[in-house]
Design a protein around this ligand. Structure first.
Ligand code: G3P
Length: 217
């Protein structure tokens, strides 16, 4: 499973990238607004830092403008992936970008049928939102499993990019359900490495090692 970081925080992306845990980055207008940074500048900086795809979202609502905005975003760097909303206009723009070989991430997906449409128009990634379905007491993970089955039934190449990941359990469940990619905020990725028994075990090993009076170097 590929790991994308859902953030515009350069320092945090960079730290995780050095560990080898960043296959790409996703942003959305809310993340950009929260960062307080200039949209194009921050996307440029992330694209220089990370080799993989960096999703930058259009804000137009009609297909023609979306295509113009997407082309503008693609001028920033070769690894910009144009993020489009799952609307009929977004699908139309996606279809155009597919014909041009421009990578796309179709976002705000909340149903298997929406995911089917995105695959039909050749989306590179489909972003089902797990946490937001959980928020309204539905099971976000069912959506991932349903999309997996539909895509496998027909051999669609669109990658399932599980988004709106809020906790480490979501990550495990997405991996079990066969999501191709998950995108999560840096703190969720950091938490994946922690376990109280790891801490306890390490502290016991170090204590016992000290008793030997030996050194490795
Ligand atoms: O990039 C989209 C996404 O991951 C949104 O997450 O937590 O705002 O639902 P959230």
């Amino acid at each position: 499973m590929k790991f994308f970081i859902d953030s515009a925080d350069i320092e945090k992306i960079s730290a995780l990238n050095e560990i080898g845990l960043v296959d790409g980055v996703t942003t959305n207008p809310s993340i950009i607004a929260k960062s307080g940074l200039d949209f194009k500048n921050v996307i440029r900086e992330i694209c220089e830092l990370v080799e993989g795809p960096v999703s930058a979202e259009v804000v137009a609502t009609d297909a023609e403008q979306m295509i113009i905005e997407g082309r503008e975003l693609r001028k920033i760097a070769d690894n910009v992936c144009v993020k489009l909303p799952l609307t009929m206009d977004g699908l139309k723009a996606c279809n155009q970008f597919s014909k041009e070989g421009i990578p796309t991430n179709v976002t705000l997906c909340f149903s298997p049928n929406q995911a089917l449409l995105a695959a039909k128009v050749g989306a590179t990634y489909i972003s089902p939102f797990i946490g937001r379905l959980d928020d309204i007491t539905l099971d976000g993970m069912d959506l991932i499993s349903d999309i997996r089955m539909i895509y496998d039934n027909y051999g669609f190449e669109t990658e399932i990019l599980a988004a709106s990941i809020r906790n480490v359990n979501h990550v495990k469940q997405c991996a079990l359900a066969g999501a191709d990619v998950m995108t999560a905020p840096p703190d969720v990725v950091e938490k994946l490495s922690t376990h109280p028994l790891t801490d306890k075990g390490l502290s016991a090993f170090l204590k016992d090692w000290k008793k030997t009076g030996q050194t490795i170097l």
